[in-house]
Write a protein that binds this ligand. Structure first.
Ligand code: AQP
Length: 342
């Protein structure tokens, strides 16, 4: 196998389908900020075209959610001067490459995508074609930048594998060895899958109907504290060892959240709180969450008071993103044999 010639480059996206949650923060955005601090180029996108695959939030709602995700990114520490921040629909190369990838991906591959099954629910016949084709657009989002590394939560692992399969098949079928890199998922840390505060077997999600199931990045200190104190748990004290959390999904989730926020390990949390009741552990977790999170909502509110400035940041990011994406799309068309006569 030839060694890849691609420079390291980071890309990741978040759907503006509502305000971000603690799950999005710990599983993705916190790591986006860490990646920004290394020497690699970092590109982060509000994937607004993905956001209409399931349901439309209305014209105002869609625009507001996009600006709110941008505000959340900046409030969490992303710097528009160091990272490229933009919304997907402003860079048409994403959807142009997605068409090519729709012709590369096989129906059999798409049929295996568990997120489509989860999101389409029982009535897959009524799901949009866009929801089904979502992973081809996601592959294009990444590969139109020749991105090599993609920080994501655990739920996106299968889509990343599909992006690698699409890149491999394109390179082979169109006789362009190593043209697209095989992007590496970066799924690391103890919070790659933060669970709902109401059901420890379900992922914390911004579109869960119950607001008590999640901590939103817009929640103030009192709300964060209330949600943690009311989180579902069991009547047992915390165990002496981590094994004791097997079959206790809600307890395990709170221990993992504590570990991620305190930047320590679940083992260290258990060592500190072994034998404690939730009456002790939950207030400690609430205090920690407020300490680490509440400044985000304050900063987001400031940023959201000036939507014009957010739009300026997104426009500038889109220009910089297009400068990278357009030549890669052009080369892709040229490889295929689409005539480029102007
Ligand atoms: N619960 C989670 N734990 C860890 N990581 C998570 N991510 C999402 N939920 C969790 C990661 O956040 C990034 C952005 O995800 P997304 O908004 O593009 O889509 P999603 O995975 O479908 O997230 P949601 O919150 O569940 O959105 P909705 O409700 O709109 O479907 C991804 O890297 C994801 O892994």
């Amino acid at each position: 196998m030839t060694e890849s010639t691609h420079q390291p480059r980071v890309f990741s996206g978040v759907q503006p389908t509502g305000g971000l949650t603690l799950g999005n923060y710990l599983g993705a955005v916190k790591r986006f900020v860490e990646m920004q601090d290394n020497a690699w180029q970092t590109i982060y996108c509000m994937v607004d075209q993905h956001s209409i695959t399931n349901a439309w939030a209305g014209r105002e709602g869609t625009a507001r959610a996009t600006r709110e995700v941008a505000a959340a990114f900046i409030a969490c520490g992303l710097d528009p001067a160091r990272s490229i921040l933009f919304n997907q629909s402003q860079v048409p190369a994403h959807s142009q490459l997605a068409w090519v990838f729709s012709c590369v991906a096989r129906m059999g591959w798409m049929n295996r995508m568990t997120q489509f099954k989860d999101k389409a629910g029982k009535n897959a016949e009524k799901a949009s074609l866009g929801l089904y084709a979502y992973p081809a657009l996601m592959a294009a989002d990444i590969l139109v930048y020749h991105a090599t590394h993609v920080p994501v939560g655990e739920d996106q692992k299968q889509h990343l594998e599909l992006a690698r399969d699409i890149a491999t098949k394109f390179n082979l079928d169109f006789e362009a060895p190593d043209f697209f890199p095989l992007p590496e998922p970066m799924i690391e840390g103890v919070a790659t899958r933060v669970m709902s505060l109401r059901d420890g077997t379900k992922k914390m999600s911004k579109s869960d109907p119950s607001d008590m199931s999640r901590i939103n990045l817009t929640d103030d200190a009192d709300t964060i504290s209330k949600k943690i104190r009311k989180a579902k748990t069991d009547p047992e004290p915390l165990p002496e060892t981590l094994d004791g959390l097997d079959d206790r999904p809600e307890a395990r989730n709170l221990v993992n959240i504590y570990a991620a926020l305190a930047e320590t390990t679940p083992e260290a949390v258990i060592a500190e709180y072994a034998g404690s009741q939730f009456g002790t552990f939950k207030p400690a977790l609430a205090d920690l969450a407020v300490e680490k999170m509440s400044h985000i909502s304050t900063r987001m509110a400031e940023l959201m008071s000036d939507p014009g400035e957010i739009d300026r940041i997104l426009g500038n990011g889109a220009d910089r993103a297009a400068e990278i994406a357009e030549p890669i799309l052009d080369r892709t068309y040229d490889i295929i044999g689409f005539v480029r006569s102007r």
